[in-house]
Design a protein around this ligand. Structure first.
Ligand code: NAD
Length: 251
């Protein structure tokens, strides 16, 4: 087995973040399961510990600087210096531009961009000290533009620029940074999109699958497998990349 690391996964109470946390634990890492509500993280932690792994539940809003600082203090004390970070926490506040409120704009920027900035700034202190780090940021195919998502597509494009800059600045410390840009992944986030559109989720999945070259929608485990590779020791020469995990090519 490769060296056991301490991994931090945000938004890991459910969906893609939960799958990534489970996969990291399966790969032998200690995992800090971070989400808004500490109690909501417990399900992920219980699954990891039941399978013989080590994890802690950490309640923190990634867009709050003080909560981020407190989270890292606890993680380092309880699990050791974190050298894997996945900025996965996310929200959508979709609307056509003419109806989008400033609050909808700020909320999405706050979680994705300010959140990734604060988490990464706090975590790089440990990574540079350890001369090792793996950062994965969740972008999206929406970064290429998507109707009703001016805020989200701007944030997800921003994640790509952030990733490339992290790769350039932190490479000399043994730290890589990459982005995963998923297409349609079956989670509560896409379920809420179907609800907003007034379409049953099953029909939304079926219609979406027909548009995807591999003829299925993605599952959280598809993203977890990609994150596991990008966060492995053997991926040390892969940095500053955006990997579209969408069942087909994207521009
Ligand atoms: P989800 O809504 O199921 O889970 C997101 C998690 O993030 C939730 O548990 C939520 O509580 C948490 N979260 C939200 N705001 C937070 C904050 N301020 N601090 C800490 N935690 C917070 O979503 P998902 O589908 O699992 O998506 C995970 C990531 O993948 C997101 O960044 C999303 O934008 C991205 N993504 C998802 C899809 C998809 O099709 N599902 C596609 C592309 C990108």
């Amino acid at each position: 087995m490769s060296t056991q690391r301490t991994a931090v996964v945000t938004g890991a109470a459910r969906g893609i973040g939960k799958a990534i946390a489970l996969r990291f634990a399966h790969d032998g890492h200690k995992v800090a399961v971070v989400d808004l509500d500490e109690a909501a993280c417990q399900g992920t932690v219980d699954e990891i510990t039941a399978a013989g792994g080590q994890a802690i539940a950490v309640g923190a809003d990634v867009s709050d600087e003080e909560q981020v600082a407190a989270a890292f203090e606890r993680i380092a004390a309880e699990l050791g210096a974190p050298t894997i970070l996945v900025n996965n926490a996310g929200i959508i506040r979709d609307n056509m531009l003419f109806k989008m409120t400033t609050d909808d704009w700020d909320a999405v920027m706050g979680v994705h961009l300010r959140g990734a900035f604060l988490m990464t700034k706090a975590c790089q202190a440990f990574m540079t000290q350890e001369k090792y780090g793996r950062i994965v940021n969740l972008s999206s195919t929406s970064a290429l533009g998507n109707r009703g998502q001016a805020n989200y597509s701007a944030a997800k494009a921003g994640m790509q620029g952030l990733t490339k800059t992290l790769a350039i600045e932190l490479g000399k410390f043994g730290v890589t940074a990459n982005a995963i840009a998923p297409g349609f992944i079956q989670t509560e986030m896409t379920a809420s999109t179907a609800e907003r559109l007034g379409v049953p989720f099953d029909d939304f999945i079926k219609y979406s699958a027909e548009q995807i070259p591999v003829q299925r929608v993605g599952q959280p485990e598809d993203i977890a497998a990609t994150a596991a590779f990008l966060c492995s020791e053997e991926a040390g020469f892969v940095s500053g990349q955006v990997i579209y995990v969408a069942g087909g090519p994207k521009d």
